[in-house]
Design a protein around this ligand. Sequence first.
Ligand code: AMP
Length: 434
Amino acid sequence: MKLSEIKFSDLDLPEQLMRGVDDCGFEYLTEVQAKSIPKTLEGKDLAVQAQTGSGKTAAFLITIFKHIMEKPKRQTTNVCPRAIVITPTRELAVQVASDARKLGAHLDMRILLAYGGVDYDKQRKDISKGVDLLVGTPGRLIDYLKQRVYHLKDVEIAVIDEADRMFDMGFIADIRFLMRRMSDFDKRQSILYSATLGQRVMELSYEYMNTPELVEVSPDTVVADNVEQVLYHLGSKEKLAYLMGLLETEEWKKALIFVNTKHMANRLKEVLNHNGYPAAVLSGDIAQDKRQKVLQRFKGDDLKILVATDVASRGLHVEGITHVFNYDLPQDTEDYVHRIGRTARAGASGKAITFACEDYVFTLPEIEDFIGHSIPTEPPDNELFKEPKMPPRKPYKPSNKPGGNRPGQRGRGPGSQRSGSNKGRRTGRPSGKR
Ligand code: AMP
């Protein structure tokens, strides 16, 4: 993370807010903060090129808090948040709210969440009692809005976080739905953050914002410069043995291993567990409450290895990740940046080790184009190939569907089947959902 020469104490922030900034240990503004906060504090609309790890969350939270503290609340009927932050994923929403509660610890502010998967009635009830800052994902926000739990006609600040991701995840109609129900664009401040400010993002911002100013960071800061990157060309069948060797020799404390499919994530987790490396999986199909539990364990010292698909790469904020492994090379160029940005957070240093195999190497030129340099490549060290002990294959759980059984699997003894739903079941799909 690039720090600027501007200090938070230069910004003339209210004292209670400054105490929150101090609690977080922030002294100098990051580059993105230095380029955006002075403008957003003046009330300007901004489209900011920034990714996770740049300090963007604190940038908009400080703007929101200062505004709410110093500007009189608009007259409104029923419940209307003074500020809303829309994020593409639940993880990011939870992270933003958690950062907000830290930064705003000394403020009298109601910060609430609206995101899918959990606590439907609780979130609804909380919001109906009033809210200053509402953070949420599009689906749940729209659900409550349609039920008139709250409205947005008098909202003062709207933040769209990770706008490019909103497009990728198909949320853009939802964003338009929400924006159209807000106060007029000249009666609110709108701020948008996106890893890239491409045409689709800019069109959105011109449509719903008040002639936003653009803030861009220099390309060489797209990848945090304190991440040591290295790439190995390996056959897909060699990757597992090489990972084992690296886990033995690298000085890692907490590792995040990225794969491209949930199928691979589960398989890798099993092999790691079987070889004395306790690991858990974070992928898109894991229930929200279980995801939160896994994340909590990873944030603490209970779990040192997390195998994740790209749902986890954005918005995931865990201190102390020393190593990110791209076991599979990402298929989306921007995911490379997001993945490796999970290490070296807030000025710490970290290492990103990438495997390029015959299945996924094709995106390598695009990724290198995007980050503006080639990833330093090293030849694999023959000593490091450590064949893992392979876990026994999970007994097959017969399906009730007609034709769902494999021949020869019927009628196994009761002890041979795992309890639980479809754990370890082979789907027969080479690549599953993320
Ligand atoms: P973000 O880009 O919002 O995901 O923030 C990345 C990390 O940087 C978070 O852990 C923040 O707490 C941290 N951070 C944000 N601003 C600063 C700053 N000015 N100085 C040091 N760390 C910061």
